[in-house]
Each structure stands twice: as C-alpha cells, then as structure tokens.
Design a protein around this ligand. Structure first.
Ligand SMILES: [Mg+2]
Length: 239
C-alpha cells in the first residue's frame, strides 16, 4: 500500500466515522414524529379530496381518539420522569389551543370550510368545547405546579373571547396566553410561535413539553425533538 492509498483509507475511515456519529444527531434535530410529509394541501384541496363529513366521522372513531390520548399520556409520562430528575428547574409546558385543547368541530359541522369572517364570529361566541384528554392534562399540570403557556394562532382581537372560552372550560389560572398580532400576515404561524417560545425561555423557564395538532406548532428550533408532541388532527392541516 503506498502513501496515497493509506491517506485515502484514512480519509474514508474519518468520513465514515463522522457520518456515523453526526448523522443520527442531524436526523434527530430534523425529525418530528408525524411531521415527515412536507406538502400541505390547501383547505379547499383537503375538502375536494375528503369531504368534511368524512373527516368529522374519522375524528370520532375509537382509533383516532386512542391515538390522540396516547400522545397526551406519553407527554405526561415524560414530564413525570423529567420532573423527577430536574426537580430544581423551572419547567414550562406550551400548548396550542384549537384542536389541541379546544374542540371546534361544531364550527366545521355547520360551515364545512374555514372562512375567516365566519371563523372569527365562531371564536367570539366562546363556545368551543374542551377536548377531555387535554383538559385533564392541563388540570394535572396545574396541580403539579408546571408553568402553563398557550400559544395560539388566534388573534389578539379574540383574546377576551378566548379567555372566556378557557374559563368556561375551567381553565383560568394559566401563566400566559400568546396570540397572533391582529396584523400578522405570514403564511405559517411557526415564526410567531417560535418567538413566543423564546420569550418564555427568556423569562427563565425551561420549555419541557410543546404540544400541538399542527407541525407549525412545533417547528423552529427546539432541536432535540423529545419535547415535541404532535397530536393527530383528523379534520384539517394548516401550514
Ligand atoms: Mg391547533
């Protein structure tokens, strides 16, 4: 073997080593379970593909309910474990609202599609019911003294109605509710949601769980991935 061959072999081994060690780290940072697909159909494409009635029935199936409950109970188990090992940390939990804690199927049953004005009127009514699994989870978080933050794509002008809706569900003692500025015009809510999470961490809290029904609730820089909980949503996917 000449000097070049030795060098080549050395480089190959180094390359292989770097690939083997770095790849899982990279892949871990990029992957959120349930968010692998990168194409999102528009709401009207979703409606054309599968009518809302079918999607609403899907959301009532035992299989779907079980899938939802499993994600919530997994988050709870992980929090218990982390709280045990990190008892001295200020741990915060971030949750989305619509289709995470708030059930808006009554809106979709009536209007079928998302339509901004009608949606706004629906939000102002403060009549969304609570999703039982998430409501239990929030009450448990409260009893265990975790900090609870909601970060929602609802708008500031819907704050009073949203707080009234939460109160009607029995959720009144939360540490913060972040809503989108009224003039927010980005296609995805992710930027706004990441900024809100940074603000919470800047207060000195360690965000231990982020839970939401859309990938945009979770994307954007909470790299290790083990604190991200993607709930299934049978009725819609938004960017
Ligand atoms: Mg949501």
């Amino acid at each position: 073997m000449n000097v070049h061959q030795t060098h080549n072999r050395l480089f190959m081994m180094l390359g292989l080593f770097a690939f083997t060690v770095m790849m899982p780290l990279y892949a871990r940072a990029e992957t959120i379970a349930g968010c692998e697909a990168d194409t999102i159909l528009t709401l009207s494409q979703q409606q054309a593909k599968t009518p809302i009635e079918t999607r609403l029935s899907e959301s009532l199936t035992l299989g779907f309910r079980q899938q939802f409950a499993d994600v919530v109970s997994q988050a709870k188990q992980d929090l218990r474990r982390k709280a045990f090992w990190r008892w001295n940390r200020k741990m915060a939990v971030v949750l989305d609202l619509d289709e995470t804690l708030m059930d808006n199927r009554a809106y979709f049953a009536r209007h079928k599609v998302y339509e901004p004005d009608r949606w706004h009127q629906w939000v102002l009514k403060a009549e969304a019911s609570a999703i039982p699994e998430t409501l239990d989870f929030v009450k448990w978080l409260d009893r265990k003294d975790f900090k609870i933050y909601f970060i929602s794509g609802r708008k500031e002008k819907e704050r009073a109605a949203t707080l009234a809706n939460l109160k009607a569900m029995g959720v009144s003692e939360v540490d913060g509710v972040y809503l989108k500025p009224d003039d927010y015009d980005k296609a995805s809510a992710a930027n706004f949601k990441v900024a809100a999470r940074k603000e919470i961490e800047a207060k000195g809290y360690d965000i231990t769980v982020v839970m939401g029904d859309q990938c945009s609730d979770l994307r954007g820089g909470y790299g290790s991935g083990d604190e991200l909980y993607k709930l299934p949503n049978a009725i819609y996917t938004i960017p």
